[in-house]
Write a protein that binds this ligand. Structure first.
Ligand code: GLP
Length: 259
């Protein structure tokens, strides 16, 4: 794992956008997209580079991490809508290149199997953006998710429903169930970018990065991945015991290595 501590959220967004731009410019690419407020700055930066710098997503495909069960894709808080409004509709993905899970599917078991097959058929994910929940979840893999789990239905914890209530008119509107790529699925992406900003994420980041690999902290499963970049601002890094070591090694890294 490489821990990159950056001064402010805007630096996290720029650094993540640099990695995604490099991937997209290298040839046809498969991007893994996360929702939540964390990646919004990165998406805004990519939109800006598309408009001002000619960065094109026409050769790219994208797969969403997760989706609420029971929200039609037209619902403004469905992850289909959020990703479309916040990112993909503002750049030049070709129609049908952005894939998501159908939380309204009649047969949810068949839907998750279809999704796993679609990711495999696309050749797997080249670069996966991830946020982290305050309880250490990634995607919607809540504590005690199997470290080898595949795309499946999950029940949200009370804490996650409370955290996400701000996006809904009333807390009771937050769905109880979700579909999410599993930790095993996520770990097959070739490069993982875990982003976190703010004091509220500091404890989860410390547990994920410096704690043991344990199902209790699903993000700790990323320690098993060969290429993870953890991009955090000072506040999200504030509970890390080895901050100076991470800053020192990143500061002395040869620039040509990139992330
Ligand atoms: C949500 C999403 C995750 C996201 C996390 C943190 O519930 N399913 O993909 O990373 O929780 O959200 P936020 O970035 O808004 O803090």
């Amino acid at each position: 794992m490489e821990i990159v501590i950056l001064p402010a959220p805007a630096d996290v967004a720029r650094t993540a956008a640099d990695a995604i731009e490099q991937q997209v410019r290298s040839g046809p690419s498969v991007l893994g997209l996360a929702t939540g407020s964390t990646p919004l700055g990165t998406y805004q930066e990519l939109i800006r580079r598309h408009r001002n710098g000619g960065l094109s997503f026409a050769g790219a495909e994208a797969f969403l991490l997760d989706e609420y069960v029971g929200l039609p894709s037209t619902h403004p808080q469905s992850y289909h809508s959020v990703i479309r409004d916040e990112f993909t509709a503002n750049v030049d993905f070709v129609p049908d290149a952005v894939h998501g899970l159908d939380g309204m599917a009649e047969d949810l078991e068949a839907e998750v199997a279809r999704y796993e097959a679609a990711i495999a058929a696309a050749g797997g994910v080249d670069i996966q953006i991830l946020g982290i929940g305050t309880d250490g979840h990634v995607g919607f893999n809540e504590p005690m998710s199997s470290l080898g789990s595949r795309t499946r239905i999950k029940t949200l914890t009370r804490q996650t429903r409370e955290d996400n209530a701000r996006f809904f008119g009333d807390p009771s509107e937050v769905p109880e169930h979700v579909l999410t790529q599993g930790l095993g699925t996520i770990r097959e992406a070739r490069h993982l970018l875990l982003l976190a900003m703010g004091e509220a994420k500091a404890e989860a980041i410390a547990a994920a990065v410096e704690g043991p690999v344990a199902a209790l902290c699903p993000a700790s499963a990323l320690q098993l991945h060969p290429h993870v970049s953890v991009l955090v601002d000072e506040a999200a890094a504030s509970r890390l015991a080895h901050r100076e070591y991470y800053q020192d090694t990143f500061g002395r890294k040869p620039a040509w290595q990139g992330l």
